[in-house]
Design a protein around this ligand. Structure first.
Ligand code: SME
Length: 150
């Protein structure tokens, strides 16, 4: 079902008239609009040489967490673990940065460029325990396609 979004994702990413941020913005909006359990979709990238993440393009409510130190929250943990992090219930997490009280679950998938973890896609859901392997596969696909055009 989520796989059906791939042609539109490919089209957005291959739009040579748009810059990288514009393409990523398009991906965020597509995912948020079309996947019912995606309520906030954004990219974080390593902030230069600093051990922190910086918010990139996103769709959904503005967040105060535009800078996240490595190790902090779900995002900061993925920056150091290099692993997908699926959180079925954010309230059960100690190392979690809350953006909105409506959020119940979160998924973060790292983005690798030449084997290096340079950022991540982060999705918040207002639905409890909504994520399956299908979400992980879609987000891994998106990140690998993004890496190809970086
Ligand atoms: N919840 C994240 C912070 C980023 S917001 O979800 C946009 C975390 O714990 O890292």
């Amino acid at each position: 079902m989520l796989k059906e979004l791939q042609p539109e994702i490919n089209e957005l990413l291959s739009n040579g008239n748009a810059g990288m941020d514009e393409r990523l913005q398009g991906i965020c909006e597509l995912l948020k609009d079309r996947v019912p359990h995606y309520d906030w979709v954004g990219f974080y990238f390593k902030n230069g040489d600093k051990e922190e993440l910086k918010l990139g393009p996103y769709a959904g409510a503005p967040t105060d967490h535009t800078i996240i130190p490595f190790g902090k929250g779900i995002c900061g943990q993925v920056a150091v673990s290099n692993q997908n992090f699926v959180v079925p219930d954010v309230n059960a997490q100690d190392n979690y940065i809350a953006c909105s009280i409506t959020v119940k679950a979160e998924i973060v998938v790292p983005l690798f460029l030449n084997g290096e973890n340079i950022g991540q896609i982060d999705i918040d859901s207002n639905t409890p325990d909504p994520f399956t392997e299908e979400d992980e596969k879609l987000l891994e696909y998106i990140n690998s396609e993004i890496a190809k055009i970086m």
